[in-house]
Design a protein around this ligand. Sequence first.
Ligand code: NAP
Length: 304
Amino acid sequence: MSGSGSFQRVAIIGLGLLGGSLGLALREHLPAVATTGYDRDPATRQRAAERGLVGAVCETAAEAVAEADLVVLCVPVGAMAEAARDIAHALPAGAIISDVGSSKRSVQKALAEALPDHICIPAHPVAGTEQSGPEAGFASLFEGRWCILTPPEGAPAEATDRLSSLWQTLGAKVEIMDADHHDLVLAVTSHIPHLIAYTIVGTASDMEDVTRSEVIKYSAGGFRDFTRIAASDPVMWRDVFLNNRDAVLEMLGRFTEDLTALQRAIRSGDGETLHDLFSRTRAIRRSIIDEGQDDASPDFGRDH
Ligand code: NAP
């Protein structure tokens, strides 16, 4: 199978961070693959054309997908159903549909309902930044990162293989997973950490006895690392929590119990419990570095 996974024409719907990065990565790694793109925002379409995020920026979603053999929806998860309905009438018969959404069960359902006659293989490249929009994309976003495919039961293995091969050519490592399991894993590794960051930054900004200027001035104590995550796109994250509700609530229940246990340890002066946990968490950070998922430099390599 060729490096493109045999795709010749890829259409990208939504030209923000993920859509733009996908277009740029395709251009870099597979220049022979023709790319088209559409975004509902005219200003985004214009900027996408100026940056060359895809070969041709189209004025409608239907036009963008008209000759595609792969369509990738790169819109917020709450917009997947609408984006899929918009292209339903214009899709070529054999086209494969995929996406990059951060939750998978609801997207799988939305695609199956809107496009019952097409092969839909949902995917989630676990790669991103806190930036969004047409300026944010870059070609190397997926390099060395995992891309999780969640083919529905009965999906042709050949279609999954083609998509898998494409993501690998763009530098990603591919894993196949059941959609519910994906949603549970990502609730722990991504969604709850975002919720905690949103909470801690919100709490700090609501405090009356610590001034806002003090929060900003002393942020290097740890707070500023939460603010990076808490600066993530509000629409994208609203949709993630509304669409992965069950898994997030389940994990939040466990997290709340663990937090209460820590509260108890602090109140009762139980240093051993605190030390044991902090030693285990330090080991997790080391494993992430060992697996090449982050840099070992102190303070994330910031220049002091
Ligand atoms: P983004 O930068 O905000 O880009 C999304 C683009 O889609 C926006 O330009 C938006 O336009 C457009 N859009 C919304 N609804 C549309 C529709 N029905 N038809 C056409 N265009 C539409 O967001 P992103 O960060 O690329 O996220 C895209 C997807 O990737 C989301 O599903 C997200 O969960 C997933 N993801 C994100 C990350 C990350 O770190 N950001 C990582 C992995 C996966 P408007 O601005 O007008 O709404």
